[in-house]
Design a protein around this ligand. Structure first.
Ligand SMILES: Cc1ncc(COP(=O)(O)O)c(C=O)c1O
Length: 382
């Protein structure tokens, strides 16, 4: 257990809640979930499924109709031919991370992963006794992962490369050119799999989402991880999936049998409606995030000691806070205690996050403005 890490967001949330209990007003910009409600048609589909008797166990890999809908969705959006038996449905997308690493990576092998990056990658790689090899994401490169660095760090022991685009926490987005270089690095390596975390694929502000799985010869070497949490504001429903080679899908389904048995069945029926029903709510949410992005980026750039780039995807900003003279953990605590604004330190996402904060803009413009005002006041030099 000592090798297993955690997600600091939940700890900061607990601290903020404790302050609120004491009567302090806190603006929550720490947790990574859309503040919107799940679209009505999806909720109604769940109610209908409950009433129709979807209250029992289902197949470990997911209900066939949902697996088919996911295969069609992935085939269309990633421009590949995905089949139902390549899909495994899980309670949230997160278990795919855990299961894919457990199924594919052995002790002593190496896994390349973005740093700063989603903390669970490093945690699970350590947990299985493998070696996490961080790929630093640099601000000057717009927080895109440098594919040349990936090239340098690949060894005989490399077993997996984890990619995340759009990226949490930086909002960086990989281009088709970046992905081609990475694909080239492993062109002769059938033992290396890419775990491509694409949970923010629909929350993108400029250009189009590119998946490494769409490149020639790469479908067989890629596990696409995606889900419903972010796209359809369904974080509490726990619904996600992985799309991968059939032999791997069978192993991941076996891990499902050994852990969860199956994903909640009426939730899965709602997932079919999410994918096949109208998509205008998704577009509305993304348009709103885009407006908030403008407010938060321009507001942060006016604050002493802070500079902030515009993220190209997801709903986080990753401002540089070195000008404040504080390290990121200290500043995070200071903003929570002095300004009543909950944010995460950059190092919650790995050691290369020092000098930054992660601020979620999945909150109303009114609350974002309130937070900016409070932060600006406590950081102003006397
Ligand atoms: C990059 C990334 N991947 C995966 C997840 C997990 O998503 P889910 O709620 O579907 O388990 C998150 C959630 O914060 C995330 O930021």
């Amino acid at each position: 257990m000592e090798t297993l890490g955690t997600e600091t967001a939940f700890e900061v949330l607990a601290k903020a809640k404790a302050l609120e209990k004491q009567g302090k007003d806190v603006v929550h910009l720490e947790i990574g979930e859309p503040d919107f409600d799940t679209p009505k048609n999806i909720k109604e589909a769940a109610v209908k499924a409950l009433n129709a008797g979807y209250t029992h166990y289902g197949p470990s890999a997911g209900i066939p109709e949902l697996r088919k809908a996911i295969a069609q969705y992935i085939s269309k959006t990633r421009k590949i031919k995905a089949d139902s038996d390549e899909v495994v449905v899980t309670p949230g997308a997160k278990p795919i991370m855990f299961f894919a690493i457990l199924a594919w990576v052995n002790p002593g092998e190496e896994v390349l992963y973005p740093n700063p990056g989603f903390p669970i990658y490093e945690s699970v790689v350590n947990f299985v006794g493998a070696k996490p090899v961080p790929i630093p994401l640099k601000e000057e490169n717009d927080f895109r992962l440098d594919p040349e660095y990936v090239k340098e760090k690949i060894t005989k022991k490399t077993k997996m490369i984890i990619l995340n685009s759009p990226e949490n926490p930086t909002g960086g987005v990989l281009t088709e050119e970046d992905l081609k270089v990475i694909a080239d690095c492993i062109a002769n390596r059938d033992d290396v799999i890419v775990l491509s975390d694409e949970v923010y694929s629909r929350i993108i502000y400029e250009g189009e989402h590119e998946s490494i799985g769409s490149l020639p010869e790469m479908k067989e070497k890629t596990i696409i991880l995606d889900g419903f949490s972010k796209t359809y504001a369904m974080t509490g429903w726990r619904l996600g999936y992985g799309v991968m080679r059939k032999d791997l899908a069978q192993k991941v389904a076996q891990l499902m049998t050994n852990s969860n048995s199956c994903t909640c069945t009426f939730t899965q029926m709602a997932g079919i409606e999410a994918l096949k029903g109208p998509q205008n709510e998704v577009e509305r949410m993304v348009a709103e995030f885009k407006k908030r992005r403008e407010v938060i980026v321009s507001g942060l750039n006016k604050i002493e000691g802070i500079t902030c780039r515009k993220p190209r995807g997801a709903f986080y900003v990753f401002p540089n806070i070195t000008g404040t003279g504080m390290d990121c953990r200290k500043l995070g605590d200071y903003l929570l205690n002095e300004a009543g604004v909950a944010v995460l330190s950059g190092t919650s996402f790995g050691k290369y996050g020092e000098g930054y904060l992660r601020i979620s803009f999945a909150n109303s413009i009114e609350n974002i403005k309130k937070a900016l005002d409070r932060v600006s006041k406590v950081l102003k030099k006397p």
